[in-house]
Design a protein around this ligand. Structure first.
Ligand code: ATP
Ligand code: MG
Length: 503
């Protein structure tokens, strides 16, 4: 076995045998790295590895070619590029960014032209993949340790050390390193591409999400608007419902009272029509009886009339006559009262009247009081402080409803005995009406809610909570105002002002 001689650098006939396996042969037989031999031959000729030889000595170029003749790694041959100065190399390197290995001399046009070229390749050209093997003939000029540390090179060899076999090993190792680096690089690029794609996808999805978010927000806003609309519709419905319930209630109360009034009217007319003639007749009868008496005294017919006298005494005729007078007085008074009630009912049952009329408010108040008499008599004193007020233009039936509701509440608020003061007065274009009770009063919270439909503090079945909301509606219909003053234990006052005329 021939052994390489380190001094015989780039000997023309280098044959290196390792355990019978020939790596270099002079014959044109291709030398293939062991691991690559087993691979099936590829159908397409693969691109060659570019190896740049930079050296100012022509011999070095030819010797290198010779040493690597027939070299194949991973089915790929070597394509040699040759330059003789650092300057010239720059151009070639720029043109061929895919150079796999550079075998680089140090001392050329300058003492460190090779090292400058390394800087150029790494820093200016930005190429960090090409494997640079420094091959110096003057190790003193560029000491290995210093160069390896300061320059981004991959290997450092002295020309004497680099025999043909060593060169083969070095180039093979460098190509393998380059191949790995490039594979890593392509993996990295692939990954980067994937990351870019994923980022773009995520950005796209983000945009879609953003759009969906916007849509949801808009939908939410719309829902809110609809909710508000529904809320106000509900309020309106409540209001309308309360008005309907109340007008229904008042309409039936109106009909009922009108009916009762009508029914009572006939018998009452009958009574009051008959009482007067009856009184007159009884008077006549008494006159006749008196006449009898005087005859009895004068004509001495006492004996004959003894029986009559006996009866008169027995029946206590003087008491009967007194009693008859009293009874007649009572009947008369009852008839008058009934007439008054009927009048009250009639006034009150003008509820369905929905036309403006000029009326006396006092009449409406009085008729309402008559209807409520049973609720307050013997318990509550009604103090009327009626002022000198003109008749006003209004819906009389509706105003009676107002008086009815407020007075009912006042009566309800007085638990035992008390008083209700009704005061009327006039100021400028307005009529003022105050209804004040000595009842239990109300808390601030209750006071703030009294005009709300269905607000009641009364037991179930006792109050609907509609009274004052209706009152408010009616006062507003008259373009008037209503105000409430109340304190717990101090009583309550409702103050209403109504325009004298409905313009
Ligand atoms: N004069 C008053 N004194 C004390 N509280 C009052 C007075 N007037 C009204 N209120 C309070 O206001 C509430 C609402 O009155 P509103 O007349 O609207 O309904 P209600 O009387 O409860 O029921 P209804 O529909 O039968 O009238 C009453 O439940 C009561 O708590
Ligand atoms: Mg009420």
């Amino acid at each position: 076995m021939k052994k390489e001689n380190p001094d015989e650098l780039f000997e023309k006939e280098v044959i290196v045998e390792d355990e019978g396996e020939k790596l270099f042969r002079e014959e044109k037989e291709e030398v293939v790295a062991k691991e690559e031999k087993k691979k099936p031959p590829s159908t397409k000729p693969k691109e060659a590895w570019k190896v740049l030889v930079v050296d100012d000595e022509e011999d070095v170029h030819s010797v290198t070619r010779m040493a690597l003749k027939g070299f194949i790694f991973q089915d790929r041959k070597i394509e040699f590029l040759d330059t003789y100065s650092a300057r010239e190399s720059q151009k070639v390197i720029r043109k061929n960014p895919d150079i796999a290995v550079i075998l680089l001399d140090v001392v050329m046009e300058t003492n460190n032209a090779g090292l400058e070229l390394v800087k150029y390749i790494r820093d200016k050209a930005g190429n960090h993949f090409t494997q640079i093997i420094l091959r110096t003939g003057y190790p003193g000029q560029a000491p290995e340790r210093e160069v390896i540390v300061s320059y981004e090179i991959n290997d450092y060899k002295t020309k004497t050390e680099l025999t043909a076999f060593k060169l083969f090993t070095v180039v093979l190792a460098s190509l393998r390193a380059y191949d790995s680096v490039m594979k890593l690089e392509s993996l990295r690029q692939g990954l980067e591409e994937k990351v870019r794609e994923r980022t773009a996808e995520i950005a796209q999805k983000n945009i879609k999400l953003e759009q969906q978010k916007k849509k949801i927000l808009t939908a939410n806003e719309e829902l809110n608007v609809q909710k508000e609309e529904l809320q106000s519709t509900l309020e309106n419905l409540k209001q309308t419902q309360s008005q309907l319930v109340q007008s229904e209630k008042m309409a039936s109360v109106g009909q009922l009272t009108a009916g009762i009034a009508h029914e009572i009217n006939n018998p009452v007319t009958f009574i009051s029509g008959n009482v007067k003639p009856l009184i007159r007749d009884i008077k006549d009868i008494f006159a006749i009886i008196n006449e009898y008496d005087s005859i009895v005294h004068k004509k001495n017919l006492q004996e004959k009339f003894k029986k009559v006298k006996y009866l008169k005494d027995k029946l206590d005729f003087s008491l009967i006559s007194k009693e008859i007078n009293n009874l007649l007085k009572g009947i008369n008074e009852g008839a008058n009262r009934t007439t008054e009630i009927v009048k009250g009912l009639r006034t009150f049952s003008r509820l369905d009247e929905d036309v403006l009329k000029i009326v006396d408010i006092h009449e409406g108040l009085d008729s309402t009081l008559i209807l409520l008499r049973n609720e307050y008599k013997n318990r509550i004193e009604i103090i009327k402080e009626y002022g000198d007020i003109p008749h006003i233009e209004c819906y009389p039936g509706k105003l009676n409803q107002v008086f009815m509701n407020i007075l009912s509440n006042s009566i309800d608020a007085i638990e035992d005995k008390g008083a209700i003061t009704i005061k009327t007065s006039k100021s400028k274009e307005y009529l003022q009406l105050s209804i004040k009770d000595t009842g239990k009063g109300m808390s601030e919270k209750v006071k703030s809610k009294v005009f709300e439909p269905f607000f009641t503090t009364k037991d179930v079945g006792k109050g609907t909570g509609l009274g004052l909301s209706i009152v408010l509606g009616i006062i507003e219909k008259h373009k008037g105002k209503i105000e409430v003053k109340s304190e717990i234990g101090e009583g309550t006052e409702f103050i209403i002002s109504l325009p004298l005329q409905q313009a």
